[in-house]
Design a protein around this ligand. Structure first.
Ligand code: SAM
Ligand code: SF4
Length: 320
């Protein structure tokens, strides 16, 4: 059986932004509160999964920082000795005000999604976000040591391809890891993703016209990023080729949606209702057996190139 040591937990389907490739402007049909997993239910599930090998957790969403009391969940998960790493992916809007509380609760580090360093463009892509707030949030996270701070940049041809060098300059000056991620044909970006696809190999080539990169394996990551030091700079750069490099066979993760479905693959539309089992009072052994069965059936590959269609859940509902 392959080792699955990493779970991404979507703690909410709500978000304070509406990124054009992720959510429609009017949002999506939201879950009712009673259909969302409570913190106790998440905690009990993770406790049951520890003997199956789960050691690392990423909290995501929707926007995880809009889930009320998220610090409490982090504290609860942190109390499980076998959990080595708790990280979180955020759009950064609430980060400046929440960073200290998150760190105190036991968050290990943070990823911030940021697709443009230009205020007008930032508004175009997020519909109503404030770039200034996100940048302040990043600075705060660096200051208090939620490190390494990773900046996730979705690479979009014709939209932010003229900013790739600016992002590397930012990482040259600041202690951050900028990671370029290929736009995936998921949710709102289905029709456009192939047209706007910018292969990471081309991004790297472009960057190397200005910066010297040195491959490194000592940058901590739980995922499929290739990482490079920027020679002479403070930060580093990473590349995640979701489309051009299939990394399914080495995928070490499971996803848990806010309504308690285990999803073994981001792209394949198969989910298993673990919340029902929890609410039917399954024992920890039964929960673990249920999830181990799912891991055994985890797919060896996806067909992202075939597109997403409009019937499936959006990225904000799955957790990215
Ligand atoms: N709201 C948080 C945020 O934006 O960081 C966490 C959830 S968001 C769904 C997680 C990540 O998915 C973000 O980095 C976002 O840019 C990325 N994402 C959403 N739709 C995408 C797409 N079609 N292709 C590539 N990345 C996408
Ligand atoms: Fe919200 Fe994140 Fe989706 Fe943007 S990418 S709409 S911030 S969930």
């Amino acid at each position: 059986m392959r080792t699955i040591d990493y779970i991404r937990i979507s703690v909410t389907d709500r978000c304070n932004l509406r990124c054009v490739y992720c959510m429609p402007e009017n949002g999506v049909d939201l879950l009712k509160h009673q259909d969302m997993m409570s913190f106790e239910e998440i905690y009990n599930l993770i406790l049951a999964l520890v003997p199956a090998g789960i050691k690392k957790i990423r909290l995501t969403g929707g926007e995880p920082l809009v889930r009320n009391g998220i610090e409490k969940l982090i504290k609860m998960l942190r109390s499980i000795p076998e959990i080595e790493d708790i990280t979180l992916t955020t759009n950064g809007i609430l980060l400046e005000e929440m960073a200290e509380g998150l760190k105190a609760a036991g968050l290990s580090r943070i990823n911030v999604s940021l697709d443009s360093l230009d205020e007008i463009r930032f508004k175009q892509i997020t519909r109503w976000g404030s770039l200034e707030k996100v940048l302040k949030g990043i600075d705060k996270a660096i200051d208090i040591g939620l490190k390494p701070v990773k900046i996730n940049v979705v690479a979009i041809k014709g939209f932010n391809d003229d900013e790739f060098i600016n992002f590397v300059e930012y990482a040259y000056k600041k202690e951050v890891q900028v990671r370029f991620i290929e736009l995936m044909p998921i949710g709102e970006s289905d029709d456009e993703a192939i047209l706007k696809h910018y292969p990471i190999a081309d991004i790297k080539e472009l960057i190397e016209t200005k910066f010297q990169l040195e491959e490194t394996s000592d940058i901590k990551t739980n995922g499929p990023a290739e990482n490079y030091r920027i020679i002479g700079g403070k930060g580093s750069v990473g590349f995640i080729g979701a489309l051009s490099h299939k990394f399914c066979s080495t995928c070490n993760r499971l996803r848990l949606t806010a309504d308690g479905r285990i999803r073994p693959c981001l792209y394949i539309d198969k989910e298993y209702d673990v919340l029902k089992l929890i609410r039917d009072e399954a024992s920890p052994d039964e929960l673990r057996a249920f999830v181990e069965e799912i891991i055994l059936g985890k797919p060896e590959g996806h067909n992202m190139e075939d597109g997403w269609g409009n019937q499936r859940r959006k990225m904000s509902q799955i957790g990215g």
